[in-house]
Design a protein around this ligand. Structure first.
Ligand SMILES: C[S@@+](CC[C@H](N)C(=O)[O-])C[C@H]1O[C@@H](n2cnc3c(N)ncnc32)[C@H](O)[C@@H]1O
Length: 452
């Protein structure tokens, strides 16, 4: 069976973490490739050049899979036979490297690695028979890559045009503690509706800086794929380096040099701020982010922009699953509510957490709850519209999952009230441009990055 990849449209499956398909589908539609949302991916149609563009531009996708064949294979012997009938010598260089990965549910298979091995053997044996040489192989995607989706006897064979997943942008050399995956962080920023005109971006618990870095990449319309050292499609026979160079050029030209708002990343831990700064440097956005060592309560809140735009603030505190424990974290969540009310009136505040009980301690009613998964932990991005003064919140829009509405808003609830009393509420709250309170932590790393 010959393979013709370069001049015909085929199904393209872009995979992503659960809950991200709506954001991924929106990204793909904006690139002219609308698709159908699946549980953990989006299906569209396109050719190899489309795959290259998706790899370069997507922020929330993991892998771009180009469909090669749909086969019937009831058991591993049939799979090997079918795989041996495809003209792999037209696609995979005999002196190259091949990685095969799969997702399988078949009654004859207990270990997916067995399927990878069986398929790989059939492919390299065929290439050896025709070319007199066989490619190297192994699990590290350093060359051409294939992905098999096998359910009962339905086998779909994909060319994995990506290789190492797109979440590995290449900038996070310093992970620090409990970092968010880059793809998830980009999804959070997109769900916040932060874009080129959204005002300032504050990340006052920045950790390794992932949210602020993804925000900077989005604000500047920088294609994350330009940061990577390479993709699997570059190792396929027929790869067109001139077309790839053109697509890279197009992506670079679409990027902006400046962003009107300020992007501020701070953390109480100087090591986190150092890691965030280093990662931002690797990502090429250090000069667009201002870094500060500070408790979030004392973090920098800039003046609105001349057009009156304030901005967004996102906090990703520990939520007790991987670090810390709930009793220790309850006052932190309560203080987040205080911070939002006292310092961010007129802004949009966001909390990303996997602990709904702790989230109630914020004591404000979320306007919207967007579901996410951080690895296997179900999380929510909670949005708070922070009105001037203590205005009553608008009626809540339904949970986007269709789930239950938020817990009763805590401003008046006994628990919330008690917690607020114990917090900074009574310590002469400071407006965004008010004087520094006594005892503010030394802002050692505070530094203005961008030249405006
Ligand atoms: C879950 S991590 C954030 C991870 C981050 N989103 C990333 O991708 O790397 C929580 C961060 O909050 C910081 N933190 C904890 N308490 C803080 C406080 N009172 N003020 C500022 N930062 C704080 C911690 O130092 C840690 O870096």
């Amino acid at each position: 069976m010959p393979i013709s990849l370069f001049n015909e449209k085929r199904p393209i499956l872009v995979t992503c973490p659960k809950a991200l398909p709506p954001l991924l589908a929106a990204e793909m539609a904006a690139l002219g490739l609308p698709g159908r949302e699946l549980a953990a991916g989006v299906l569209t149609q396109g050719d190899m050049a489309d795959c290259m563009r998706l790899n370069l531009r997507l922020r929330t996708g993991h892998r771009v899979l180009l469909e090669l064949a749909r086969l019937a294979a009831p058991d591993p012997a049939a799979l090997a036979e079918e795989m041996g009938r495809i003209a792999w010598e037209e696609l995979i260089p005999a002196d190259g490297h091949l990685t095969v990965d799969c997702s399988v549910k078949n009654e004859h298979v207990r270990d997916a690695r067995f399927v990878n091995q069986k398929a790989k053997d059939a492919i390299v044996d065929r290439i050896l028979a025709r070319m007199g040489k066989r490619p190297d192989s192994g699990p590290d995607p350093v060359g051409a890559a294939l992905f098999l989706h096998w359910r009962d006897d339905a086998l779909t064979v994909y060319l994995d045009t990506t290789g190492a997943p797109l979440s590995r942008r290449g900038y996070r050399k310093m992970p620090h503690k409990a970092p968010l995956q880059e793809t998830l962080a980009a999804g959070i920023v997109l769900a916040m509706k932060f874009d080129a005109d959204a005002g300032h971006f504050l990340s006052p618990m920045c950790g390794s800086g992932t949210l602020a870095i993804e925000a900077a990449l989005i604000a500047l319309n920088r294609a994350p794929g330009l940061l990577r050292s390479g993709f699997a499609f570059q190792h396929v026979l027929g790869f067109d380096p001139a077309r790839y160079a053109e697509l890279r050029r197009e992506a670079s030209q679409a990027a902006k040099k400046h962003y009107a708002g300020r992007i501020i990343a701070s953390d109480i831990d100087p090591e986190a701020v150092a890691a965030a700064r280093q990662n931002a440097r690797t990502a090429g956005v250090e000069e667009h982010i201002e870094f500060q060592v500070a408790d979030f309560r004392e973090s920098l809140v800039p003046e609105p922009l001349p057009d009156g735009a304030t901005g967004v603030c996102v906090l990703n505190p520990e939520y007790g699953a991987r670090l810390g424990d709930s009793p220790r974290l309850e006052p932190v969540y309560a203080a987040i509510g205080d911070f939002f009310k006292q310092r961010l009136a007129g802004w949009r505040g966001f909390l990303f957490t996997g602990n709904p009980e702790l989230a109630k301690r914020v004591g404000l009613k979320p306007r919207r709850k967007t579901p996410f998964f951080n690895a296997k932990i179900e999380c929510r991005l909670l949005e708070y519209e922070l009105y001037q003064g203590m205005r009553r919140p608008q009626p809540e829009t339904p949970d986007e999952t269709g789930g239950k509405p938020a817990a009763p808003q805590g401003l008046k609830g006994p628990k919330g009230l008690n917690e607020l009393k114990n917090s900074n509420d009574h310590k002469s709250p400071r407006s965004s441009n008010g004087p520094r309170p006594q005892g503010r932590p030394t802002d050692r790393n505070s530094q203005k990055g961008p030249k405006r």
